[in-house]
Write a protein that binds this ligand. Structure first.
Ligand code: MF3
Ligand code: CO
Length: 276
């Protein structure tokens, strides 16, 4: 029964192993972010991520997942998530969301970012900014709170504070992660009465809010993957893999472990000290 499935709690050695996967994902996304520009195809971005992942001796987790044909998902403008890389040429002002997963020694990392290509519409930049802020507020809720549902509360609070009435996509949610990309528990991005599981050390989750400039409702295109907003409004997605520890959280897919963004929220990161 959903919500009652067994959660895989990780010990410090396992979290350290997941950090290795997280850093590969961080490197792949950084390379894509640096390279992306109008005129490139989404397949070009896929090739960049694939080469970083294979160069690290890691494996892509999306490729072949229920038959998924890419290493990354590239979702442009009204595409929310699961856009398949291909011959689409990126245009000035596009909102581009890139999602990537990698496996190292059997452990998974999963993360995503959104960016607006120049010349950006300020309203698109605000959307991307709010999505990133929602992600970090959700991560902070993991560090401070006692129940998983604090993530959804935090995302809703950021959207309300923005005053822009963004849609919060509900059909797709964050998830537990570890020896598989998707594990229990679900991590909702909206407020609910169910408070969810207690936040215990060793819980590792991917937090991944998706916001739109219009309706929160989505359709799936005929390719059976690409998720688009029903009203054509532009959407953004941001994601990190996060480990919960006794003293806080460690953001496994952020190069700095989340130190900068969590520090700005008055929180300290809680890495596993790797004894050399
Ligand atoms: N990375 C997505 C998630 O965040 C899953 C991608 S589905 C795939 O959960 F088929 F593209 F792998
Ligand atoms: Co995910």
């Amino acid at each position: 029964m959903l919500g009652r499935e067994r959660i895989e709690y990780k010990d410090d050695a396992q979290i350290t192993a997941m950090r290795a996967a997280g850093l590969v994902v961080a490197d792949a996304l950084a390379a894509v972010r640096t390279a992306m520009a109008p005129g490139m195809t989404t397949a070009d971005l896929d090739a960049i991520a694939a080469s970083v992942i294979s160069g690290a001796g890691a494996a892509p987790s999306f490729l072949g997942y229920y038959g998924y044909p890419g290493t990354i998902c590239v979702s442009v403008n009204d595409e929310v998530v699961h856009g398949i890389p291909g011959e689409r040429v990126l245009a000035p002002g596009d909102v581009v969301s890139v999602d990537c997963g990698a496996i190292v020694a059997g452990w998974h990392g999963d993360a995503a970012f959104s960016a607006v290509l120049p010349d950006a519409d300020p309203d698109d930049l605000a959307l991307v900014e709010a999505t990133e802020q929602a992600l970090w507020a959700g991560i902070a809720a993991l560090a401070k709170g006692d129940r998983l549902a604090g993530v959804g509360d935090a995302v809703e609070d950021v959207v309300a504070a923005s005053g822009r009435g963004y849609g919060i996509v509900q059909e797709y949610v964050g998830h537990g992660i570890g020896r598989a990309m998707h594990q229990p528990p679900d991590v909702l991005n909206y407020r609910t009465r169910e408070r969810g599981p207690r936040l215990r050390p060793g819980l590792c989750v991917a937090v991944e809010p998706m916001l739109t400039r219009g309706s929160r409702h989505t359709n799936i295109l005929a390719d059976d993957w690409t998720v688009v907003t029903v009203d054509g409004s532009r959407a953004a997605h941001a994601e990190h893999t996060v480990a919960i520890r006794e003293s806080g959280v460690w953001v496994l897919t952020a190069h700095d472990g989340g130190a900068e963004r969590l520090g700005a929220l008055g929180l300290q990161v809680a890495p596993v000290d790797v004894v050399g």
